[in-house]
Design a protein around this ligand. Structure first.
Ligand SMILES: C[S@@+](CC[C@H](N)C(=O)[O-])C[C@H]1O[C@@H](n2cnc3c(N)ncnc32)[C@H](O)[C@@H]1O
Length: 243
């Protein structure tokens, strides 16, 4: 099935431009924690995907891939990976890592694109991963983005969407590291839009998207404590297109 661009208002487009600017300046932050996240992937990501029936040369899509941490992890596990991100700086950093990843014969392909406008010729993937991504889009666009993610899932394929979840739902412009108060005079370049979902609102969002899609889907939710932030939890929602 072909995919179509996600319809957006001009405000929605501005929000994505803000995200591009914010994440363009976050490369060093993501690089600094990449090793920790890669090690963490063995704990959370692999158990989520090892049960997935794998085809030879299974295709994986990493949406909002950043510097490609999940992309490289999946490539090492044999997936043929495409990573997409709106930030030139993030994609450039991912490509630099790819150039030095000696021994990986199936390097991820990294594409700098706004996911909402991305309509590849071969749009379906066996595994679609979107970690810390859907929350970046103001409601109701977040629903459309979750729909867009599911529209890339091949028959019998799986999508994993992850975000932090909190005790109260809110959305708005926030500092990237909202636990830290900005120092006086600190530039506002790290402000970005985000949804602070509760476990229920995030689950409802994905359930709604699943109902919008044809076929039968299995739904699995994993909630774990966020080790760095006592008030927050991570929710990983795994949906598999069983028919
Ligand atoms: C919070 S980071 C998560 C990065 C990575 N998934 C991870 O878990 O480390 C969100 C990423 O989404 C990207 N992004 C934001 N809006 C986007 C859009 N409209 N299309 C593609 N990428 C986008 C940002 O540039 C950023 O790299």
């Amino acid at each position: 099935m072909p995919v179509e661009p996600i319809r957006r208002t001009s405000h929605d487009r501005e929000v994505s431009q803000t995200a591009e600017a914010v994440y363009g300046s976050q490369v060093a932050h993501y690089q600094a924690r990449a090793a920790q996240r890669l090690a963490g992937n063995d704990v959370w990501l692999w158990p989520r995907i090892e049960k997935i029936r794998r085809r030879s040369r299974a295709r994986a899509l990493d949406v909002g891939c950043g510097i490609g941490t999940n992309s490289f992890y999946l490539a090492k596990h044999g997936y043929s990976v495409t990573g997409v991100d709106i930030s030139h700086q993030m994609i450039s950093a991912a490509r630099t890592v790819a150039a030095t990843h000696i021994g990986l014969d199936n390097q991820p392909q990294f594409i700098c694109v706004d996911f909402c406008d991305w309509c590849p010729d071969d749009p379906e993937f066996d595994l679609v991963v979107a970690t810390a991504f859907v929350h970046l889009f103001p409601a109701p666009l977040d629903r459309a983005v979750a729909d867009g993610i599911l529209s890339h899932v091949a028959p019998h394929g799986t999508a994993i969407m992850s975000t932090t979840v909190e005790t109260a739902h809110s959305q708005g412009l926030r500092h990237k590291n909202d636990s830290e108060h900005p120092a006086p005079g600190r530039p506002l370049s790290d402000e970005r839009w985000r949804n602070h979902y509760t476990r229920e609102t995030f689950r409802n969002l994905i359930e709604h998207s699943v109902m919008n899609h044809p076929g039968t889907w299995a739904f699995d939710e994993h909630v774990t404590a966020d080790p760095g932030r006592p008030q927050q939890f991570w929710s990983d929602i795994v949906v598999t297109r069983t028919a």
